[in-house]
Ligand binder design. Structure first.
Ligand code: NDP
Length: 271
């Protein structure tokens, strides 16, 4: 199969964004690998997948808005990505392209750093791609999951697709019915003043936000003030990137170095 020197990895997305490049390149340097990661803002995802084959790109992250459209152009799809309905990672092994979803694993690994998920009552707010990954991961870890979403149609589809309970609009979320609440909407991302659960939290909850910019979102700040344990979107992001490193290199990911590179870049981006 075609190969590159240095070994090339990258990401395809609608418009280029520097964060993954910083995280991955920090990991490759720490592992002593002759790998380079480049972010491509592209308009044609099908041509993007063909380029992986033509250029021998070893691993390609996939970001918005191409996580679903690339799927039919790959040679194989991992079971979890198939159920979630989105691929964020393409692993090229000897010319065979396999699609994975590492977001769900990132969410679960980040949550499991602070609590067990088995039999926990988890509320997931949102029904987009990130919510599907989070719900899938929590169900895999044997949590009891209820979905809340602004659009009931989308929320019901997600719940029935994945086997979660449908709860209704976010205003119907009642803190006393849950152990863990996760914001998996886009509310709060690059919106330091927006909190999708404003006034709805209670101190017994573990509160996670998938939004990773700013690192301490309005939701996480309010949760911390109440005394809740919190899990940041950056922790999910770095864990999902660790899984990508494991796939692309076969080595254990240097998580601390990756997290430092991620946080420095978020600070540089001034959010
Ligand atoms: P989608 O566009 O697929 O879904 C957006 C979700 O947010 C929907 O449930 C939508 O509700 C809801 N929403 C949007 N605006 C509002 C609003 N004003 N009020 C209430 N609900 C709203 O996005 P994704 O699922 O792909 O991404 C969601 C977030 O997850 C993004 O911020 C993304 O950056 C983050 N993310 C974080 C990762 C990490 O590792 N930390 C990994 C992947 C994503 P409705 O259905 O009613 O429109």
């Amino acid at each position: 199969m075609p190969q590159s020197l240095p070994t090339l990895c990258g990401s395809i997305m609608g418009s280029p964004f520097s964060l993954s490049a910083k995280i991955h390149n920090a990991a490759y340097a720490a592992l002593g690998l002759d790998y380079t990661f480049v972010c491509f803002g592209i308009e044609d995802p099908v041509a993007g997948v063909a380029a992986i084959r033509t250029l021998g790109v070893r691993g390609m992250n996939v970001s918005m808005p191409y996580k679903t459209v690339v799927m039919e152009h790959l040679d194989a799809i991992d079971e979890s990505a198939l159920v979630i309905g989105a691929v964020n990672t393409i692993d090229n092994v000897d010319g065979v392209l396999t699609g994975y979803n590492t977001d769900y694993l990132g969410a679960v690994r980040a949550l499991q750093e602070v609590c067990e998920l088995n039999k926990q009552r988890v509320a997931v707010i949102g029904a987009g791609g990130a919510a599907r990954a989070v719900v899938y991961g929590c169900l895999q870890a044997a949590a009891r999951v209820t979905v809340f979403n602004r659009s009931s149609e989308r929320g019901k589809v997600l719940s029935s697709d994945l086997g979660a309970h449908w709860g209704g609009g976010v205003e119907t979320f009642a803190a006393q019915d849950f152990d863990i609440v996760i914001n998996a909407t886009s509310v709060g991302f690059k919106q330091p003043d927006s909190n999708p659960l404003d006034g709805l939290l209670a101190s017994h909850l573990i509160v996670m936000d998938v939004a990773f910019m700013p690192v301490r979102t309005a939701l996480l700040l309010q949760a911390a003030e109440l005394g809740c344990r919190t899990v940041s979107g950056t922790r999910m992001l770095v864990h999902q990137a660790c899984r990508q490193i494991e796939l692309y290199t076969g080595m254990e990911a240097p998580i601390d170095i990756m997290e430092q590179a991620m946080l420095e870049e978020i600070q540089r981006l001034n959010l």
